[in-house]
Write a protein that binds this ligand. Structure first.
Ligand code: FES
Length: 277
């Protein structure tokens, strides 16, 4: 038995904006009744301002699908198309006070239907939409590799079970699970590569420089009665102050450029420049 929030229960029992707008300015449908979930969204859009003036839905699915569709229509009414396009499946789930993880695919269905409807209004062919390209990986639910990769990236998924919760892929005969595992491993490797290459924030730089000074640089300088301290960072300029014997040493410039700077470049970031203050 799923644990539903009061808001999910409310939108399931009293769904808002059920039905179909006559002569809509935009419409879209995702899912299929055969697969167990389907959502049709129709929109009335102000042509001058691109504000969504009305939204109605028809859903075939479970309580989460109905609640997700209902809250989505409430969320988008009064928004411009550009504002509405920024709504993610996480926003939909959050607006409901959360969804059981196994039901997150209902929020994904809402987000995708909205994107399709906006594309429909703007005359963008569904085949041209990057989110709909890709090879079918899960035949039971017609889920493409593009959709699976997007769900992994946008929701930080780390297991095949989570992929099933968010996309339904793998939730039928299970024949696609090996392919899901392969896609997941590729995405996790890519995520790790991206994290390694990500530029350091100022706080991260400060932490790493102080660590380098304490564990590597100062133990060497202390052998000659000196030490150094981080004073400030401006962009890639690191300001260092010498203490003890180093502060009055004629060769401190050589120590700075010949030892401290190379060590900080090696241990923290090769783009840093170290200056004495
Ligand atoms: S092919 Fe994916 S569950 Fe059957």
């Amino acid at each position: 038995m799923w644990e539903y929030t009061d808001k999910v229960k409310d939108h399931f029992i009293n769904p808002r904006n059920v039905g179909e707008i006559e002569n809509p300015d935009a419409e879209a449908m995702t899912g299929s009744i055969v697969c167990g979930d389907a959502l049709k969204l129709t929109l009335k859009i102000n042509k001058d301002t691109e504000v969504i003036e009305d939204a109605k839905f028809q859903t075939f699915g479970c309580a989460s699908a109905i609640a997700s569709s209902s809250i989505l229509t409430e969320m988008i009414k009064g928004k411009t198309l550009d504002e509405a396009k920024k709504i993610t499946n996480k926003d939909i789930a959050m607006e409901l006070g959360g969804l059981p993880e196994e039901k997150m695919h209902c929020s994904v269905m809402g987000m995708e239907t909205l994107e399709k409807a906006i594309n429909n209004y703007r005359g963008i062919n569904v085949e041209e939409d990057e989110h709909d390209e890709g090879a079918i990986i899960c035949k039971c639910f017609g889920v493409t590799d593009t959709k699976i990769k997007r769900a992994i990236r946008e929701n930080n998924l780390t297991t095949v079970d989570e992929i099933t919760f968010y996309t339904k892929a793998g939730g039928g005969c299970g024949a696609c699970k090996v392919k899901l595992e392969d896609i997941l491993n590729e995405e996790l490797a890519e995520r790790e590569r991206a994290q390694k290459n990500a530029p350091l924030t100022t706080v991260q730089k400060i932490k790493k420089i102080e660590e380098a000074i304490e564990t590597v640089i100062n133990p060497m300088l202390k052998m000659d009665g000196g030490s150094c301290k981080l004073i400030d960072i401006e962009g890639n300029i690191v300001k260092i102050s010498f203490k003890g014997a180093c502060s009055s040493c004629m060769a401190s410039k050589n120590t700075l450029k010949g030892f401290v700077e190379p060590k900080i470049k090696e241990l923290v970031d090769k783009n840093l420049e170290v200056v004495g203050v």
